[in-house]
Design a protein around this ligand. Sequence first.
Ligand code: SAH
Length: 361
Amino acid sequence: MIRNEYARIIDELFPDANDPAVVDAPEEALVRLLESDDPDENALLFGRAAAVRDAHCGSRMVVRGLVEFSSYCRNTCFYCGLNRANRAAERYRLSADEILESARLVDGAGIRTIVLQSGEDGYDASELARAIRGIREHYDMAITLSVGERSREDYALWREAGADRFLLRVEAVDADLYRSLHEGRELSTRLECLETLRELGYQVGSGVMVGPPGQTTSHLARDIRFLASREFDMIGVGPFIPHPDTPFGGAKPGDVGLTLRVVALLRLVTRNAWLPATTALGSMDRDYRVDALKAGANVLMPNFSPVEVKKKYEIYPGKRCVTERTGACAGCTEGIARAAGLAIDWSRADSLKMERRLPAT
Ligand code: SAH
């Protein structure tokens, strides 16, 4: 049953689907909306989010091809299966030529964005630049990097080589929570990297996990406020999934309903950010990606890593489709879009926020 107070908060904060972004939604109101798992109240929230998505982004789902090109990592993030202390993890690294081969498959599937992701490998910067130039030369697609914290020089080199976008999740904007999730690393470094990427002209994506140990709804409300205020072009959010070979192996997984509410609220506050229905949401007891699309998400990222390496990129266990033939995930794409009632947009789908950032002429 929808309580009056709940409907009132939604109406006051988000009166009309056509309104612009709401960068200063109060923390208490966000907490209130995050904490209700009443099915009717959630249906109201998700319906509003989907309407805002349709008004500001169109009733469509865009597709990005994901290539996980290295599982080496020098960090020790307590939640992540790739962390360097995990001796059980099998490591691999694709060369620039192997990355190009994956790009060929992405291209063949008609997808116009490739996302190159890795652990914090220290992957040779010029080798990655070579891969970027190769993709630029042979294929008509946007190039998104997701390789963690690197120097300004490396980011600049890849931008010059032709990379368009960069994903770097902030993971948590509370410095203490951030520290409790990562060993020997500081939030300020992550924030500086995000600034640098923006200065270099990347379209920038960020995001958080929902439900790692120690995270409260107040943390999430502050994360949402941060993500809205920085006008990220893309925001990825997925549930924390415990990996047995990590310090958080015994922790509870993140709550799916809460994750969907975070996605819906991000849609309501940002209006036109690209929000993926993340693979983590597809890797729980069942696949919740259609639910995310019905709650305001509008991006799907099928996996195009070579099948021999797919299961070695194990940030969390039970990742979907790791035994599927490379690119087979693209086949699910149509079914997912149809179930969510969205058209598929096969274009490169650049940021919908870019126009506003270009200097006036
Ligand atoms: N090394 C890159 C890419 C990391 S993997 C970087 O640092 O940006 C991409 C995302 O997976 C991470 O940002 C994190 O939010 C998420 N992730 C890692 N371990 C996870 C887990 N156990 N459960 C759910 N998501 C996880």
